[in-house]
Ligand binder design. Structure first.
Ligand code: ATP
Ligand code: MG
Ligand code: MG
Ligand code: MG
Length: 469
């Protein structure tokens, strides 16, 4: 069996041999980029190379990049536990050309890696291209010898990448693996494409235009390549399993959770196991990259992730804080590839332990209130916004924790009501502070807070400008 660690190395070695500089992963919190909440793709650390603003001594690079898709434009948090292919934290393998090679080399490399090194069955592979990208279509036919029926033209933005309203952009081509009829789902572009049978595992982006203004696009003099392959997805394919959560690395973490709780990882509580394992990685890597749990911004995303996991450790019957006890297993699995994890090991365990200890004092109480408040609700009903707000404000339940707790019963949360309660409380707090005789400084303080809040909000919006890959 090819382990996750071996697959990561095989990818990097392949591209090193093809003349690429092996560059370490950038941090999960992008440097000097306030528009981005978290690194969500391999290209993030290279943004300025594509635009030519920055130059480096290499024109080809390859990376295994730590990515987080929770909060911001890319948000897979709600998928975790429920789809076989999504994580919050995952590793994206990539190869990049900064104005060096273009489509023919990118497609040839991709095909060679997938069919010769990874030795995937060609009959099970299919690709998509942007609907008007005849060049890519022809290359897939010539280089890979794929029949036209397995080169699917897609007209949606899924297959066109843009940095924003202006700047570099171009068509994508994605590679899919047919996991066979044992998995539900249809081919890309079909009505059932959300299923997992046809698993997208590699996205190749061909940056070939510059968007100058609306409807005005010019060819880039030196087009570039940006690709992203999900390490956990390709590992699942190589290990013959149909879920990311069944690859050796995730399975080992889940095994540790099962050891500590005594709960069958494949039984009715399998989703809790997956959520704990996924969120452990996300939380540990965020702490290692300097994020602390807080009530705002990135720190709040971390807190939400941790608390959601902690609710599931509770569901798994853990009587004591549990997350921190999983840290040694994680460090053993991933510490070699990511030394920052080893370095931060003690801090990660401390943060997890104290956060879980604190949250446990209110978690049980909040859950029983949630139960009381929803006893008479049925599928299709909504929980009142002020109750969700009380759970948030008094018991530390992030909104998505409440939503997820009710999801199995098909009960929604009145989000508008929640927001209204929040706004009301803020206004009350302002009034109270204004009466305290420190109005001027308080106004300044709230001003900053609000601005920080709205900057972050703009940040999310600006992320629409971010890469798909
Ligand atoms: P999907 O359609 O499955 O959500 P995507 O199109 O959003 O994936 P891209 O933005 O194209 O993903 O990212 C490039 C690659 O990264 C994907 O082909 C996939 O292999 C991997 N990937 C993306 N999101 C995740 C995730 N949440 N967990 C694990 N791997 C992911
Ligand atoms: Mg996605
Ligand atoms: Mg996709
Ligand atoms: Mg994609």
């Amino acid at each position: 069996m090819t382990s996750v660690n071996e697959t990561r190395s095989a990818f990097l070695d392949f591209f090193r041999q093809a003349g690429h500089e092996v560059v370490p992963s950038g941090p999960l919190v992008p440097r000097n980029d306030p528009t981005l909440m978290f690194t969500s793709a391999g290209m993030v650390q290279f943004k300025n190379l594509f635009t030519g603003v920055e130059k480096r001594p290499y024109q080809r690079a390859t990376t295994a990049q730590k990515c987080l898709r929770a909060g911001g434009k890319h948000n897979d948090l709600d998928n975790v536990g429920y789809t076989a292919r999504h994580h919050t934290f995952f590793e994206m393998l990539g190869n990049f050309s900064f104005g060096d090679y273009f489509k023919p080399v990118a497609i040839e490399n991709a095909w060679n890696l997938v069919t010769k090194v990874f030795q995937l069955n060609k009959e099970r592979l299919l690709v998509t291209v942007y609907h008007d990208d005849d060049e890519a279509f022809d290359l897939w036919r010539k280089i890979a010898g794929l029949p036209e029926s397995r080169i699917i033209r897609i007209a949606t933005s899924d297959n066109f990448w843009a940095a924003g309203d202006t700047g570099p952009c171009g068509p994508c081509s994605e590679i899919f693996y047919d996991q066979g009829e044992r998995v539900w789902g249809g081919p890309p572009g079909s009505a059932d494409e959300d299923g997992d049978r046809f698993l997208e595992f590699w996205n190749l982006v061909f940056m070939q235009y510059e968007q100058i203004g609306p409807g005005n696009r010019a060819p880039l003099p030196r087009p570039s390549i940006d690709t992203g392959m999900g390490l956990e997805r390709i590992s699942a394919i190589l290990q013959g399993v149909t879920s990311n959560y069944d690859v050796d690395l995730m399975r080992t973490i889940i095994g540790a959770v099962a050891n500590l709780t005594g709960v069958d990882p494949d039984g009715p509580q399998a989703a809790s196991h997956r959520i704990v394992a996924d969120h452990l990685r996300a939380a540990a890597f965020l702490v290692a990259d300097g994020v602390d749990p807080s009530n705002e911004g990135r720190g709040y995303v971390l807190r939400r992730i941790m608390r959601r996991a902690m609710r599931h450790t509770q569901l798994l019957g853990a009587a004591e804080p549990l997350m921190w006890r999983l840290v040694p297993t994680l460090v053993q699995l991933m510490g070699q590839a990511y030394p920052e994890l080893v370095e931060a090991q003690a801090r990660i365990a401390d943060v997890l332990r104290s956060e879980e200890t604190r949250f446990r004092t209110t978690l049980a109480r909040g859950l029983s209130i949630l139960e009381d408040e929803t006893r008479d609700l049925r599928a299709g009903d909504s929980l009142k916004g002020d109750v969700a707000f009380k759970l948030y404000d008094t018991y530390g339940f992030p909104l998505d924790l409440t939503q997820e707790a009710l999801r199995a019963r098909d009960i929604a949360v009145d989000e508008e009501g929640f927001a209204a309660s929040m706004a009301h409380q803020k206004a009350e707090a302002r009034r109270a502070w204004a009466g305290s005789g420190e109005a001027a400084t308080d106004a300044v303080w709230f001003g900053i807070r609000d601005r920080v809040g709205s900057t972050e909000f703009l940040g999310y919006a600006a992320e629409r400008a971010e890469s798909q890959v």
